[in-house]
Design a binder for this molecule. Structure first.
Ligand SMILES: Nc1ncnc2c1ncn2[C@@H]1O[C@H](COP(=O)(O)OP(=O)(O)OP(=O)(O)O)[C@@H](O)[C@H]1O
Ligand SMILES: [Mg+2]
Length: 1137
C-alpha cells in the first residue's frame, strides 16, 4: 500500500510560509534560516517555491528523488523544486493546461540552475524513445551553448547570465517533448568592450583561447595569451573551479548535438576572433589643413588580420573608422571622425557584432529545436530572467531590468489573485475582497505611451536639436513630477529639494520592491544604440556569409533612412509579447534567494536575505495567499489525516468524506468562521486552526501509539505464555516415555540373564550325558578296531611272505638275462673293431698308391706359375684400386693415392707424372685465346721475377687487369683516350719520382704497343709520350717496393730529361707487359730487366745511383724515397714484419 505522507510531516520550521504564525518579516527570515541551516533549501508560499542557493551540491537531485516526487501531490512531500516541476508537467499533460515557470531572483541566486533542474526533471519523467531522447538532448544541450556566449563571471556570480531567457518547451498530447523555442532579452553587450573590476568578458573568449587547438588558433590568427587582447580584462581571467578548456570542448560538442554544421561553427569562431582583433585596433590623431582632427589607425596589423578573417577589404573598414556619412533626402554629407569618435565607432561595432551574433545563435538553435509537426501542442515556458537589481550606481540596464520585474510582479499578483478567485468560485465559497498593493501604477509610469519614462526617452532620442541625458531628465521632471512613485531633486515638487540622498543627475522610482536611484548618464546613448551606417555597410560588403546576414541594413540596395527602433522600445515590445504569452499560461513561480555575498555554503547573511525577501515581494506573496484562507485541502486526505480526533470518524467513516469532515470539525468545536466548506475542499482561514488540528493529531497519535503498544505488549505476553504451556506438555510427555522405556529395558535384560543361566545348566547336563554315551561308543569302536587290526596284520604278514618269494625268482631271472646280453655285446664290439681296421688299412694303401702315381706331375713349374699368377693378381688389383681412387682433374690438386707395395714405387711415381701432364693438357685445352695470353703473361712474369723479387709472390694471385682506369669508358679520360691512337694495353696511376728531390707525383701511365704515355691525373693532359724503341732496359729492386726505372736510349729525343723512375702497385704487370711487347716486336731486341738493389739511372747529365735499403717497420710502413745528393737516390723499403 502506498504510504500517504504530507508536507506537514517532520517539518523543519514550516514548509509553507502561508502557515507561518505569527507572520512577520522576522519570523519569515527565522523560518528560512532554520530550514537553510538544516539543508532544507526549498520552502513554499502556497504553490510558489522559494529556493535558497546552497552553494554546494546537495544529494537531493538523484534519480531516486525524481522517482520519489514523480506523480505525487504537491503538498504530499517536503518542499522541492521537483514537486513544482511535477505539478506543472502533470497539469500540462493531464489537464491540457499550458504552463509557465517563472524564475526570478538576484544575480547568483540560482535561477539558471533552477531552470536546468526543472528541464532535467521534465526530461527524466516524460516519455522515452529514440526521437524523443534526441529532442530532449537538443533542448538540454542548447544551455551550454547559450551559457558560453551569454554568461560571464561577475563579482556576484561566476556564471552569471548576462541575458534574459525564455524557453517554450512544446509537448504532444502524450506529454512527450516535440521541440522548443527560445527568446532572449537584452544581452549586456557593453561587457564586450569593457568589464567592471573583478569581472570577465563573456566565457566564450576565454574558452576559445584556452581550449582551441593550436591549429584552430592559427587559422583564427589568435594568440593563446589573454593579455594580448584589450577587450579581455586580466583581472579574473582564470576563475577557480571553471575549466575553460574543458568547457570549450563541451560547447563544441553541444553545438554538434544541437545541429550546427562545421562551417557554421567555424564562422561563429571567426566572428568571436574578429571581435578580439577589433579591440586591438587603436587610433591616432592626424591634423587636417582645415584645423580639424582626423583619426588614423595606428598599427594596421590587427585591422588587416581582422579583415582577412571576415573577408573584407581593409581600406573599406579603415575608411569607415575615419569618416561618417550622413544621408538625408538624397543628399550625402561625409564628416571626419576624431579619435574619440573612432573609438566609439569601434566599440559600437564590437558590441553590435557580438550581440547580433548572439541573436543569430538563438535563431539558429531555434531552427534546430523547433517542433517538426504542425499539430497542436502543449507548451511549458521556462523564464530565467534577471531579478530586481538595486546597485549603488543604477543605469539604463537596471532601469529596463527592474521594469521587466515590475511587469512580472504584476502578472504574479494578477494570476495569483485570479487563481485564488477561480478556486473560490469553483468551490462555491464567497469571495472576500483582498487588500494588496497593485503595482500597475508603477508599470504605467514606465511604459505609458504618452507620458511614460520610456516614451519620454524615445521622444528625446528622436527629437532634432541638442539631446543630452540632462535634457531627458528635465523632461521627466516636468512630465512625471506629480507621479507618486517618481522622485527627483529638480522636481517642481518641492518635497525632494533638500533630499541629499538624491543627486541632481538622478531620478528615483519607488518600485514595488523598494526605491531605486537611477543615474541618467548614458540613458540617451544606450537607448539610441547607434551604429554608423558606414560601418554596417562595410560589414555588409564582407565576403563572409554570416557577417552579411548579421548586417542586413548595410545592403546599399535597401537603404532605409528611418532610424532603427530604440533599445527601450524594442525591450518594451518584447516584454509586452512575453507578458501576453505568460498570461495565457498557468504560472508556477520559483523565487531564488542568495544566502550570502561570499558564494559560500552554510552562511546566512540576515541583512542580504531580508533585502531580497523585500524586493522579491515575498511577504506580499504570503499576504496575498493568506488574504482569504491560509490552508485548503481536499476532504478525503483531510479526513484521513484527522479522523482519529473524533470517536465517530475513527477508525472508519462510512459516509461521504465531506460529512465526515463536518462531523469531525463539529466534534472539535472549531468556530464556524474559521472554516468554510467548498465543493471538494475544506478551507481553513487561519494557520492557527491548522496547527491546533496538527497539535491534536500529534497528541492523539501519541495516545494511539500507547494503545497500540499496550495491545501489542498484552498480545506478546499471552502468546509467550501459551507457547511456554504447550512446550511444558510436550517436554513432560517426552520425559515419561523415556522413563518407561528405561524400566522396560532393565526388566528385559534381567529376564534374559535368568533365562541364560537355566539354559546353561540344562545344556551342561545334557552335554555330560552325551559325552558318556559318546565315550561308550568310542570304546566299542576301539576294541573293534584292535581286533580288525590284529586280523589285518596277520593277513599282511602272510601276503608279504608270498610276495618276497615271487620277487626272488624274478631277480634271479634278470641276472641270468643280463649276463647273457653282456657276453653277446662284447662279441659284437670285437667284430666291428676288426672291420674298421681293415677299411683304414685299405685307405692308407690306396693313398700311398695314388701319391706314388702323381708325384712326378706336381713339383716341376708349380713355384714360378704360382709366383706369376700372384704378381699378376697384385698388379691387377693395384690398377683397379688406382682407378677407383683417382684424384680430381684440377692441376693444382696435389693429392695422389699411396702405393700399396714397395716394388711398385717407380711405376707409381711415373704414373703420377703422366697423369698430371695429361690433366694439365686437358686444362689448357679449355683455354680461350685471351685467357691463354693472360697465362702466358703470368708465365712470363714468373720467368722474370720468380725467386728474384720479393714483391712477386703477392702478385701471383692478382689477375693482370691491364686497364685499371677503364679509360675508354670513363668520360673524364675521353680526351686522353683520343690522344692515344693505339689500343691501350695498360692504364694505371703511377707515381713519377721527381728527379730532383725523389718525391712522387701521381701520373696516369698508359701503355700501348708502340709507346708509353705519362699524363696529368686530374686534367688528363699528356706530360710525356715515349716510343717504346727508345726504352733500352728496365731496372727494379729485389724487394717488395714498386719502384722501376725505364732507361732510355742515350741521345734519343725522349732522353733529354733523363730516365724515368716510377713506382706502381702493379709493377710486376707493367714490367711483364713491357717485356712482352719488346719480345713480340720483330724489329727490336727484347727489353732487358735488371733486378738489383742498386742500379744507375741517367737524370739529365747526372748518373745517379738508386739504392734500395731495408728500413725497420717502426719508421712507417710506406716506401720512402729521398735524393741524398747528386749521385745517390735512396729508397728505404720497410722489412715485412
Ligand atoms: N540548487 C543548487 N545546488 C547547488 N548549487 C547551486 C544551486 N543553485 C545555484 N547554485 C550555485 O550558485 C551559482 C549561481 O547560480 P546561477 O548561475 O543559477 O545564478 P543566477 O540566478 O542564474 O544568476 P545570474 O542572474 O547572474 O545569471 C551556480 O553556479 C552554482 O554554483
Ligand atoms: Mg543565470
Amino acid at each position: 500500500m502506498e504510504v500517504k505522507t504530507s508536507l506537514l510531516d517532520n517539518m523543519i520550521g514550516v514548509g509553507d510560509m502561508v502557515l507561518l504564525e505569527p507572520l512577520s518579516e522576522d519570523s519569515f527570515l527565522g523560518n528560512l534560516k532554520k530550514r537553510f541551516d538544516h539543508s532544507e533549501i526549498y520552502t513554499y508560499i502556497g504553490s510558489v517555491v522559494i529556493s535558497m542557493n546552497p552553494y554546494r551540491s546537495l544529494p537531493i537531485y538523484t534519480p531516486e528523488k525524481v522517482e520519489e516526487y514523480r506523480n505525487r501531490n504537491f503538498y504530499e512531500l517536503s518542499p522541492h523544486i521537483y514537486a513544482l516541476a511535477d505539478e506543472a508537467y502533470r497539469s500540462l499533460r493531464d489537464q491540457d493546461k499550458d504552463q509557465c515557470i517563472l524564475i526570478t531572483g538576484e544575480s547568483g541566486a540560482g535561477k539558471t540552475e533552477a531552470s536546468k533542474l526543472v528541464m532535467s526533471y521534465v526530461a527524466a519523467v516524460c516519455g522515452k524513445g529514440h526521437e524523443v531522447n534526441k529532442v530532449k538532448e537538443q533542448l538540454l544541450q542548447s544551455n551550454p551553448v547559450l551559457e558560453a556566449f551569454g554568461n560571464a563571471k561577475t563579482v556576484r556570480n561566476d556564471n552569471s547570465s548576462r541575458f534574459g531567457k525564455y524557453m517554450d518547451i512544446e509537448f504532444d498530447f502524450k506529454g512527450d517533448p516535440l521541440g522548443g523555442v527560445i527568446s532572449n532579452y537584452l544581452l549586456e553587450k557593453s561587457r564586450v568592450v569593457k568589464q567592471p573590476r573583478g569581472e570577465r568578458n563573456f566565457h566564450v573568449f576565454y574558452q576559445l583561447l584556452s581550449g582551441a587547438s593550436d591549429d584552430t588558433l592559427r587559422k583564427l590568427k589568435l594568440d593563446r595569451d589573454f593579455s594580448k587582447y584589450n577587450y579581455l580584462s586580466l583581472d579574473s581571467a582564470v576563475v577557480s573551479g571553471l575549466d575553460d578548456a574543458a568547457n570549450f570542448r563541451t560547447v563544441r560538442n553541444a553545438m554538434q548535438i544541437v545541429g550546427f554544421m562545421e562551417d557554421e561553427v567555424q564562422s561563429v569562431l571567426e566572428l568571436v576572433a574578429a571581435v578580439l582583433k577589433l579591440g586591438n585596433i587603436e587610433f591616432k590623431p592626424e591634423s587636417r589643413c582645415n584645423g580639424t582632427d582626423e583619426s588614423r589607425v595606428k598599427d594596421k596589423n590587427d585591422l588587416k588580420e581582422m579583415c582577412e578573417l571576415l573577408g573584407m577589404e581593409q581600406s573599406v573598414l579603415e575608411r569607415a573608422f575615419s569618416y561618417r556619412t550622413v544621408e538625408a533626402k538624397m543628399e550625402k554629407v561625409s564628416t571626419t571622425l576624431n579619435v574619440a569618435q573612432a573609438y566609439y565607432a569601434r566599440d559600437a561595432l564590437a558590441k553590435n557584432l557580438y550581440s547580433r551574433l548572439f541573436s543569430w545563435l538563438v535563431t539558429r538553435i531555434n531552427e534546430s529545436i523547433q517542433a517538426q509537426t504542425k499539430a497542436r501542442h502543449k507548451v511549458m515556458g521556462v523564464l530565467d530572467i534577471y531579478g530586481f537589481e538595486i546597485f549603488e550606481d543604477n543605469s539604463f540596464e537596471q532601469f529596463i531590468i527592474n521594469y521587466c520585474n515590475e511587469k512580472l510582479q504584476q502578472i504574479f499578483i494578477e494570476l495569483t489573485l485570479r487563481e485564488e478567485q477561480e478556486e473560490y468560485v469553483r468551490e462555491g465559497i464567497e469571495w472576500t475582497n483582498i487588500e494588496y498593493f497593485n503595482n500597475a501604477i508603477i508599470c504605467d509610469l514606465i511604459e505609458n505611451n504618452q507620458n511614460g519614462i520610456l516614451a519620454m526617452l524615445d521622444e528625446e532620442c528622436l527629437r532634432p536639436g541638442t539631446v543630452t541625458d540632462e535634457t531627458f531628465l528635465d523632461k521627466l521632471n516636468t512630465i512625471c513630477a506629480d507621479h507618486q512613485h517618481f522622485e527627483s531633486r529638480l522636481n517642481k515638487n518641492s518635497k525632494f529639494l533638500n533630499d541629499h540622498s538624491l543627486p541632481h543627475n538622478c531620478f528615483r522610482i519607488q518600485h514595488y520592491a523598494g526605491k531605486v536611484l537611477y543615474r541618467v548618464e548614458g540613458f540617451v546613448d544606450k537607448n539610441n544604440d547607434l551604429l554608423y551606417r558606414d560601418l554596417s555597410q562595410a560589414m555588409y560588403k564582407a565576403n563572409h556569409s554570416l557577417i552579411k546576414q548579421l548586417f542586413p541594413e548595410g545592403n546599399p540596395a535597401k537603404v532605409n533612412l528611418k532610424r532603427p527602433p530604440t533599445a527601450g522600445f524594442q525591450f518594451r515590445a518584447s516584454v509586452g509579447t512575453l507578458m501576453r504569452n505568460l498570461q495565457t499560461k498557468n504560472p508556477n513561480y520559483i523565487r531564488c534567494i542568495k544566502p550570502n555575498d561570499k558564494k559560500a555554503s552554510h552562511i546566512f547573511t540576515d541583512s542580504l536575505v531580508r533585502h531580497q525577501v523585500r524586493y522579491l515581494g515575498l511577504m506580499e506573496n504570503v499576504r496575498v495567499r493568506r488574504a482569504g484562507y491560509a490552508f485548503r485541502q481536499p476532504y478525503e486526505p483531510c479526513l484521513e489525516r484527522y479522523k482519529m480526533l473524533c470517536k465517530r470518524t475513527w477508525p472508519h467513516w462510512k459516509g461521504p468524506a465531506r460529512e465526515g469532515v463536518e462531523v469531525l470539525m463539529a466534534d472539535l468545536q472549531i468556530p464556524a468562521e474559521e472554516i468554510s466548506y467548498g465543493r471538494s475542499k475544506i478551507f481553513i482561514r487561519n494557520p492557527r486552526t491548522l496547527f491546533f488540528l496538527e497539535e491534536k493529531r500529534k497528541q492523539c497519535l501519541q495516545d494511539l501509539a500507547t494503545l497500540i503498544q499496550k495491545i501489542y505488549r498484552g498480545w506478546k505476553c499471552r502468546t509467550h505464555f501459551l507457547l511456554m504451556k504447550k512446550s511444558q506438555i510436550v517436554v513432560a510427555a517426552w520425559y515419561r516415555r523415556y522413563a518407561q522405556q528405561k524400566t522396560y529395558r532393565n526388566i528385559k535384560s534381567a529376564t534374559t540373564v535368568v533365562q541364560s543361566y537355566t539354559r546353561g545348566w540344562q545344556a551342561r547336563k545334557l552335554l555330560r550325558e552325551l559325552k558318556y554315551q559318546k565315550r561308550c561308543e568310542e570304546a566299542v569302536t576301539t576294541i573293534a578296531a584292535f581286533w580288525h587290526g590284529t586280523q589285518a596284520r596277520l593277513e599282511l604278514r602272510r601276503l608279504k611272505q608270498e610276495a618276497r618269494n615271487k620277487h626272488a625268482v624274478t631277480v634271479i631271472w634278470a641276472y641270468w638275462q643280463g649276463t647273457k646280453a653282456r657276453r653277446e655285446l662284447r662279441r659284437l664290439k670285437e667284430e666291428a673293431r676288426r672291420k674298421h681296421a681293415v677299411a683304414l688299412i685299405w685307405a692308407y694303401w690306396q693313398g700311398l698308391k695314388v701319391r706314388r702315381e702323381y708325384r712326378k706331375f706336381f713339383r716341376a713349374n708349380a713355384g714360378k706359375k704360382i709366383y706369376d699368377f700372384t704378381i699378376q693378381r697384385i698388379i691387377q688389383k693395384y690398377f683397379l684400386g688406382l682407378k677407383s681412387s683417382m684424384p680430381s682433374m684440377s692441376p693444382i690438386d696435389r693429392k695422389w693415392p699411396a702405393r700399396p707395395y714397395g716394388f711398385l714405387d717407380g711405376v707409381h711415381t711415373e704414373l703420377r707424372k703422366i697423369f698430371h701432364h695429361w690433366r694439365c693438357k686437358k686444362y689448357r685445352d679449355q683455354f680461350t685465346e685471351e685467357k691463354k695470353a693472360v697465362y702466358e703473361e703470368k708465365l712470363e712474369a714468373s720467368e722474370i721475377f720468380k725467386d728474384k723479387k720479393a714483391l712477386y709472390p703477392s702478385s701471383v694471385s692478382q689477375p693482370f687487369k691491364g686497364d685499371y682506369l677503364e679509360i675508354s669508358k670513363n668520360p673524364k679520360y675521353q680526351k686522353l683516350n683520343s690522344a692515344v691512337d693505339e689500343k691501350v694495353l695498360l692504364a694505371d696511376v703511377v707515381n713519377k719520382i721527381n728527379r730532383a728531390n725523389g718525391k712522387g707525383t701521381p701520373r696516369i701511365f698508359l701503355l700501348t704497343k708502340k709507346n708509353f704515355v705519362l699524363a696529368d691525373q686530374k686534367t688528363g693532359q699528356v706530360k710525356a709520350s715515349i716510343p717504346l724503341p727508345d726504352v733500352t732496359s728496365m731496372s727494379v729492386s729485389t724487394q717488395k717496393d714498386g719502384f722501376f726505372a725505364l732507361k732510355l736510349k742515350e741521345g734519343s729525343a725522349s732522353a733529354v730529361k733523363g730516365d724515368f723512375l716510377l713506382s706502381s702497385e702493379h709493377l710486376i704487370e707493367i714490367i711483364t707487359k713491357l717485356h712482352r711487347i719488346g719480345a713480340t716486336a720483330a724489329d727490336r731486341e727484347k727489353l732487358k730487366v735488371d733486378i738489383s738493389d742498386e742500379f744507375l739511372v741517367q737524370f739529365k747529365q747526372d748518373k745517379v745511383c738508386v739504392k734500395f735499403i731495408q728500413s725497420s717497420p717502426k719508421n712507417g710502413n710506406s716506401v720512402s724515397c729521398k735524393r741524398k745528393n747528386n749521385r745517390l737516390l735512396e729508397v728505404s723499403v720497410p722489412t715485412s714484419p
